[in-house]
Design a protein around this ligand. Structure first.
Ligand SMILES: [Zn+2]
Length: 228
């Protein structure tokens, strides 16, 4: 397997794990930056639960497919291009329309750090528009909202996470949605406890770790059918 095929396979596994975790459905996409002007991304109309490397396309920052066509990129490829333009540190990006975190933005509830791993994303900026990120203006607006944060929510639309690796972007997407789920459920029976500044600092110190991100990836990866 050459280097690009190995990266495509990692992206395939990432998207299949996000689908199995109910974070991605028939929409949603993840990308890996190859260099300053190219990225790998799943085709817009692919079957996410049965993804293969043939469903991954290489595109430039304008959405032009490079090399043999593997379908067309999603209309929201702009989201990825916009973040890579604005964030040289970002090497991978996940965008989905997950339920629990979107319930919060639908109703104006602020994402609270109620769960240790989920606190790594706090505070989470919110894009104040439900519109699709299908043009450069919206992409720039989202990148400005994200700023230097690891993740953002998009009002009544979805979530985005970035990472210096695909493992990081994937795991942060899981942490964010799990935190939102716990917050939502806790709000049904009372007022959830939000971590204080000291507790947040301790979580960042102990939990922002490549080894722990890898452990979370491995947990989901072990459940993928057909993967060693
Ligand atoms: Zn979207």
């Amino acid at each position: 397997m050459d280097d690009t095929t190995a990266l495509k396979q990692q992206l395939v596994d990432c998207i299949r794990m996000l689908e199995a975790a109910d974070i991605i459905d028939y929409n949603g996409h993840a990308s890996l930056r190859l260099d300053d002007s190219h990225l790998l991304i799943n085709a817009g109309n692919c079957q996410r639960s049965r993804l293969t490397v043939d469903d991954i396309c290489t595109i430039d920052m304008n959405g032009q497919v490079i090399g043999a066509a593997s379908g067309k990129p999603p209309l929201e490829f702009h989201l990825h291009a916009g973040i890579y333009r604005a964030r040289p540190d970002a090497k991978a990006c996940v965008h989905a329309h997950p339920k629990w975190s979107t319930y919060l933005t639908m109703t104006g509830h602020v994402y609270l750090p109620v769960y240790a791993q989920g606190s790594l994303l706090y505070p989470v900026p919110v894009l104040d528009s439900p519109n699709s990120i299908n043009n450069r203006d919206m992409a720039d607006r989202l990148a400005a909202t994200l700023g230097d944060r690891p993740g953002a929510l998009m009002k009544s639309h979805g979530a985005v996470t970035v990472g210096k690796t695909l493992v990081e972007a994937f795991v942060l997407a899981n942490y964010m949605e799990e935190n939102a789920h716990r917050q939502y459920m806790a709000m049904q029976i009372g007022k959830p406890y939000a971590f204080d500044e000291q507790e947040l600092a301790l979580c960042r110190e102990k939990l922002w770790s490549e080894a722990l991100f890898q452990r979370a990836w491995d947990h989901f990866h072990a459940k993928l059918p057909g993967r060693p």
